[in-house]
Design a protein around this ligand. Sequence first.
Ligand code: ADP
Ligand code: ADP
Length: 231
Amino acid sequence: GASIELEHLTKRYPGSAAPAVDNVTLELKAGEVVVFVGPSGCGKSTTLKMINRLIEPSGGRIRIDGEDVTHMDPVRMRREVGYVVQASGLFPHMTVAQNIALVPRMTGWPRARIRERVEEMLDLVGLDPGEFRGRYPGELSGGRRQRVAMARALAADPPVLLMDEPFGAVDPVTRHHLQDELVRLQHRLRKTIVLATDDFDEAIKLGDRIAVLRERSHIAQFDTPEAILTH
Ligand code: ADP
Ligand code: ADP
Protein backbone atom coordinates (compact mmCIF):
# COMPACT_ATOMS: atom_id res chain seq x y z
CA GLY A 1 0.00 0.00 0.00
CA ALA A 2 0.86 3.68 -0.25
CA SER A 3 -0.23 6.67 1.82
CA ILE A 4 -2.71 9.09 0.25
CA GLU A 5 -3.02 12.73 1.25
CA LEU A 6 -5.88 14.91 0.10
CA GLU A 7 -5.32 18.61 0.77
CA HIS A 8 -8.14 21.10 0.30
CA LEU A 9 -9.38 18.98 -2.60
CA THR A 10 -12.17 20.74 -4.48
CA LYS A 11 -14.23 20.05 -7.59
CA ARG A 12 -16.58 22.49 -9.22
CA TYR A 13 -18.35 21.08 -12.28
CA PRO A 14 -18.81 23.67 -15.02
CA GLY A 15 -22.23 25.28 -14.79
CA SER A 16 -23.17 24.11 -11.29
CA ALA A 17 -23.69 26.63 -8.53
CA ALA A 18 -22.14 24.69 -5.62
CA PRO A 19 -18.96 22.62 -5.70
CA ALA A 20 -19.51 18.82 -5.77
CA VAL A 21 -16.52 18.40 -3.45
CA ASP A 22 -15.52 21.29 -1.25
CA ASN A 23 -12.16 21.60 0.48
CA VAL A 24 -11.58 18.01 1.57
CA THR A 25 -8.48 17.34 3.66
CA LEU A 26 -7.76 13.75 4.69
CA GLU A 27 -4.77 11.48 5.28
CA LEU A 28 -4.93 7.77 4.56
CA LYS A 29 -2.23 5.47 5.87
CA ALA A 30 -0.51 2.88 3.71
CA GLY A 31 -2.34 -0.45 3.81
CA GLU A 32 -5.57 0.72 5.43
CA VAL A 33 -9.13 0.46 4.16
CA VAL A 34 -10.94 3.78 4.37
CA VAL A 35 -14.64 3.77 3.59
CA PHE A 36 -16.36 6.94 2.40
CA VAL A 37 -19.96 6.55 3.48
CA GLY A 38 -22.64 9.06 2.63
CA PRO A 39 -25.85 9.59 0.70
CA SER A 40 -26.06 9.54 -3.08
CA GLY A 41 -24.83 12.82 -4.54
CA CYS A 42 -22.52 13.78 -1.66
CA GLY A 43 -19.43 13.66 -3.89
CA LYS A 44 -17.94 10.20 -3.26
CA SER A 45 -17.50 9.31 -6.95
CA THR A 46 -16.15 12.74 -7.75
CA THR A 47 -13.50 12.38 -5.05
CA LEU A 48 -12.45 8.90 -6.26
CA LYS A 49 -12.32 10.07 -9.88
CA MET A 50 -10.02 12.91 -8.89
CA ILE A 51 -7.71 10.50 -7.08
CA ASN A 52 -7.39 8.27 -10.16
CA ARG A 53 -7.18 11.24 -12.57
CA LEU A 54 -10.39 10.52 -14.45
CA ILE A 55 -11.35 14.13 -13.67
CA GLU A 56 -9.30 17.23 -12.99
CA PRO A 57 -9.60 18.86 -9.54
CA SER A 58 -10.58 22.54 -9.47
CA GLY A 59 -8.34 23.09 -6.48
CA GLY A 60 -6.20 21.42 -3.87
CA ARG A 61 -3.64 18.67 -3.99
CA ILE A 62 -3.33 14.87 -4.01
CA ARG A 63 -0.20 13.08 -2.83
CA ILE A 64 0.49 9.36 -3.08
CA ASP A 65 3.42 8.23 -0.93
CA GLY A 66 4.45 11.87 -0.69
CA GLU A 67 4.54 12.40 -4.46
CA ASP A 68 2.31 15.14 -5.85
CA VAL A 69 0.08 13.34 -8.38
CA THR A 70 -2.58 16.06 -8.69
CA HIS A 71 -1.87 16.50 -12.40
CA MET A 72 -0.18 13.19 -13.19
CA ASP A 73 -0.74 11.68 -16.63
CA PRO A 74 -3.91 9.53 -16.34
CA VAL A 75 -2.34 6.60 -18.21
CA ARG A 76 0.60 6.50 -15.81
CA MET A 77 -1.86 6.77 -12.96
CA ARG A 78 -3.51 3.47 -13.91
CA ARG A 79 -0.41 1.62 -12.76
CA GLU A 80 -0.61 3.24 -9.33
CA VAL A 81 -4.35 3.02 -8.84
CA GLY A 82 -6.75 0.14 -9.49
CA TYR A 83 -10.39 1.06 -9.97
CA VAL A 84 -13.56 -0.97 -9.42
CA VAL A 85 -16.99 0.51 -10.17
CA GLN A 86 -20.59 -0.56 -9.63
CA ALA A 87 -21.84 -3.03 -12.27
CA SER A 88 -18.23 -3.91 -13.02
CA GLY A 89 -17.35 -1.44 -15.80
CA LEU A 90 -15.87 -4.35 -17.75
CA PHE A 91 -15.60 -3.90 -21.48
CA PRO A 92 -18.38 -6.10 -22.92
CA HIS A 93 -16.64 -6.79 -26.24
CA MET A 94 -13.52 -8.13 -24.52
CA THR A 95 -13.13 -11.53 -22.90
CA VAL A 96 -12.46 -11.88 -19.19
CA ALA A 97 -8.76 -12.44 -19.94
CA GLN A 98 -8.56 -9.38 -22.20
CA ASN A 99 -10.23 -7.24 -19.54
CA ILE A 100 -7.80 -8.41 -16.87
CA ALA A 101 -4.83 -7.92 -19.22
CA LEU A 102 -5.77 -4.30 -19.95
CA VAL A 103 -3.54 -2.34 -17.59
CA PRO A 104 -0.56 -4.74 -17.82
CA ARG A 105 -0.79 -4.38 -21.63
CA MET A 106 -0.96 -0.57 -21.39
CA THR A 107 2.08 -0.77 -19.14
CA GLY A 108 4.00 -2.85 -21.68
CA TRP A 109 4.38 -6.14 -19.83
CA PRO A 110 5.70 -9.04 -21.98
CA ARG A 111 2.98 -11.32 -23.37
CA ALA A 112 4.03 -14.43 -21.46
CA ARG A 113 4.01 -12.57 -18.15
CA ILE A 114 0.56 -11.14 -18.91
CA ARG A 115 -0.83 -14.59 -19.73
CA GLU A 116 0.54 -15.95 -16.47
CA ARG A 117 -0.77 -12.97 -14.54
CA VAL A 118 -4.32 -13.42 -15.90
CA GLU A 119 -4.37 -17.03 -14.61
CA GLU A 120 -2.98 -15.93 -11.25
CA MET A 121 -5.58 -13.16 -10.87
CA LEU A 122 -8.49 -15.47 -11.73
CA ASP A 123 -7.24 -17.92 -9.08
CA LEU A 124 -6.91 -15.04 -6.61
CA VAL A 125 -10.58 -14.05 -6.95
CA GLY A 126 -11.80 -17.65 -6.89
CA LEU A 127 -12.64 -18.19 -10.57
CA ASP A 128 -11.35 -21.22 -12.46
CA PRO A 129 -9.11 -19.87 -15.27
CA GLY A 130 -9.98 -22.70 -17.67
CA GLU A 131 -13.67 -22.01 -17.30
CA PHE A 132 -13.65 -18.21 -17.27
CA ARG A 133 -10.74 -16.72 -19.23
CA GLY A 134 -12.51 -16.91 -22.59
CA ARG A 135 -15.98 -15.87 -21.45
CA TYR A 136 -17.51 -12.45 -22.12
CA PRO A 137 -18.75 -10.27 -19.22
CA GLY A 138 -22.34 -10.51 -20.47
CA GLU A 139 -22.27 -14.30 -19.95
CA LEU A 140 -21.43 -13.99 -16.25
CA SER A 141 -23.55 -13.37 -13.16
CA GLY A 142 -23.23 -9.98 -11.49
CA GLY A 143 -21.17 -11.40 -8.64
CA ARG A 144 -18.70 -13.06 -11.00
CA ARG A 145 -18.43 -9.88 -13.03
CA GLN A 146 -17.44 -8.02 -9.86
CA ARG A 147 -14.81 -10.70 -9.14
CA VAL A 148 -13.39 -10.14 -12.62
CA ALA A 149 -13.51 -6.38 -12.03
CA MET A 150 -11.43 -6.88 -8.87
CA ALA A 151 -9.00 -9.11 -10.76
CA ARG A 152 -8.65 -6.46 -13.46
CA ALA A 153 -8.11 -3.67 -10.94
CA LEU A 154 -5.41 -5.65 -9.14
CA ALA A 155 -3.66 -7.10 -12.21
CA ALA A 156 -0.81 -4.59 -12.38
CA ASP A 157 -0.39 -4.80 -8.60
CA PRO A 158 -1.17 -1.14 -7.88
CA PRO A 159 -0.50 0.06 -4.31
CA VAL A 160 -3.89 1.81 -4.25
CA LEU A 161 -7.33 0.37 -4.98
CA LEU A 162 -10.36 2.63 -5.40
CA MET A 163 -13.76 0.97 -5.20
CA ASP A 164 -16.86 2.99 -6.09
CA GLU A 165 -19.99 1.23 -4.79
CA PRO A 166 -18.34 -2.05 -5.86
CA PHE A 167 -21.13 -4.27 -4.52
CA GLY A 168 -24.05 -1.90 -5.12
CA ALA A 169 -25.50 -3.77 -8.09
CA VAL A 170 -25.52 -7.35 -6.76
CA ASP A 171 -28.06 -9.20 -4.64
CA PRO A 172 -27.60 -9.11 -0.83
CA VAL A 173 -26.30 -12.70 -0.51
CA THR A 174 -23.68 -12.20 -3.23
CA ARG A 175 -22.80 -8.84 -1.69
CA HIS A 176 -21.96 -10.53 1.61
CA HIS A 177 -19.80 -13.11 -0.19
CA LEU A 178 -17.93 -10.40 -2.07
CA GLN A 179 -17.41 -8.37 1.11
CA ASP A 180 -15.91 -11.45 2.79
CA GLU A 181 -13.78 -12.04 -0.30
CA LEU A 182 -12.44 -8.50 -0.12
CA VAL A 183 -11.52 -8.94 3.55
CA ARG A 184 -9.69 -12.16 2.67
CA LEU A 185 -7.86 -10.55 -0.28
CA GLN A 186 -6.88 -7.49 1.72
CA HIS A 187 -5.46 -9.69 4.46
CA ARG A 188 -2.97 -10.98 1.85
CA LEU A 189 -2.46 -7.89 -0.30
CA ARG A 190 -2.44 -4.94 2.13
CA LYS A 191 -3.45 -2.37 -0.46
CA THR A 192 -4.50 1.12 0.48
CA ILE A 193 -8.19 0.92 -0.33
CA VAL A 194 -10.71 3.72 -0.62
CA LEU A 195 -14.22 2.30 -0.89
CA ALA A 196 -17.29 4.47 -1.47
CA THR A 197 -20.72 3.27 -0.37
CA ASP A 198 -24.08 4.50 0.85
CA ASP A 199 -24.40 1.36 3.02
CA PHE A 200 -23.43 2.05 6.63
CA ASP A 201 -23.28 -1.68 7.51
CA GLU A 202 -20.83 -2.24 4.68
CA ALA A 203 -18.71 0.65 5.98
CA ILE A 204 -18.63 -0.86 9.48
CA LYS A 205 -17.77 -4.30 8.12
CA LEU A 206 -14.98 -3.27 5.75
CA GLY A 207 -13.45 -0.04 7.04
CA ASP A 208 -10.33 0.22 9.19
CA ARG A 209 -11.47 3.83 9.31
CA ILE A 210 -14.66 5.42 8.10
CA ALA A 211 -15.19 8.92 6.74
CA VAL A 212 -18.84 9.87 7.22
CA LEU A 213 -19.64 12.38 4.49
CA ARG A 214 -22.31 15.05 4.23
CA GLU A 215 -23.08 17.14 1.15
CA ARG A 216 -20.06 18.35 -0.88
CA SER A 217 -18.00 15.61 0.80
CA HIS A 218 -17.85 17.59 4.02
CA ILE A 219 -16.37 15.14 6.54
CA ALA A 220 -18.66 14.84 9.55
CA GLN A 221 -16.58 12.12 11.24
CA PHE A 222 -13.37 10.26 10.47
CA ASP A 223 -12.64 7.40 12.84
CA THR A 224 -12.54 3.65 13.44
CA PRO A 225 -15.81 1.68 13.27
CA GLU A 226 -15.61 1.09 17.04
CA ALA A 227 -15.33 4.81 17.76
CA ILE A 228 -18.09 5.69 15.32
CA LEU A 229 -20.46 3.11 16.78
CA THR A 230 -19.94 4.36 20.34
CA HIS A 231 -20.33 8.09 19.58
P1 ADP B 1 -21.87 10.31 -5.07
O1 ADP B 1 -20.80 9.47 -5.66
O2 ADP B 1 -21.68 10.51 -3.59
O3 ADP B 1 -23.25 9.84 -5.40
P2 ADP B 1 -21.13 12.27 -7.07
O4 ADP B 1 -19.69 12.55 -6.90
O5 ADP B 1 -21.54 11.35 -8.16
O6 ADP B 1 -21.74 11.79 -5.66
O7 ADP B 1 -21.90 13.63 -7.29
C1 ADP B 1 -21.68 14.77 -6.48
C2 ADP B 1 -22.44 15.95 -7.06
O8 ADP B 1 -21.86 16.34 -8.30
C3 ADP B 1 -23.91 15.66 -7.34
O9 ADP B 1 -24.64 16.82 -7.06
C4 ADP B 1 -23.91 15.37 -8.82
O10 ADP B 1 -25.14 15.68 -9.39
C5 ADP B 1 -22.81 16.28 -9.33
N1 ADP B 1 -22.15 15.75 -10.54
C6 ADP B 1 -21.56 14.53 -10.66
N2 ADP B 1 -21.01 14.37 -11.87
C7 ADP B 1 -21.24 15.52 -12.54
C8 ADP B 1 -20.93 16.01 -13.86
N3 ADP B 1 -20.23 15.26 -14.71
N4 ADP B 1 -21.33 17.26 -14.19
C9 ADP B 1 -22.02 18.02 -13.31
N5 ADP B 1 -22.36 17.65 -12.06
C10 ADP B 1 -21.98 16.42 -11.68
P1 ADP C 1 -16.76 5.14 -17.97
O1 ADP C 1 -17.30 6.54 -18.08
O2 ADP C 1 -17.44 4.14 -18.83
O3 ADP C 1 -16.58 4.69 -16.54
P2 ADP C 1 -13.96 5.67 -17.91
O4 ADP C 1 -13.15 6.45 -18.89
O5 ADP C 1 -14.25 6.23 -16.59
O6 ADP C 1 -15.30 5.24 -18.63
O7 ADP C 1 -13.21 4.28 -17.70
C1 ADP C 1 -13.21 3.31 -18.71
C2 ADP C 1 -13.02 1.98 -18.02
O8 ADP C 1 -11.69 1.87 -17.53
C3 ADP C 1 -13.98 1.83 -16.87
O9 ADP C 1 -14.72 0.68 -17.07
C4 ADP C 1 -13.13 1.75 -15.63
O10 ADP C 1 -13.54 0.68 -14.80
C5 ADP C 1 -11.72 1.48 -16.19
N1 ADP C 1 -10.77 2.29 -15.46
C6 ADP C 1 -10.84 3.59 -15.21
N2 ADP C 1 -9.80 4.01 -14.47
C7 ADP C 1 -9.03 2.93 -14.26
C8 ADP C 1 -7.81 2.69 -13.57
N3 ADP C 1 -7.16 3.63 -12.91
N4 ADP C 1 -7.33 1.42 -13.56
C9 ADP C 1 -7.97 0.44 -14.21
N5 ADP C 1 -9.12 0.61 -14.87
C10 ADP C 1 -9.66 1.83 -14.90
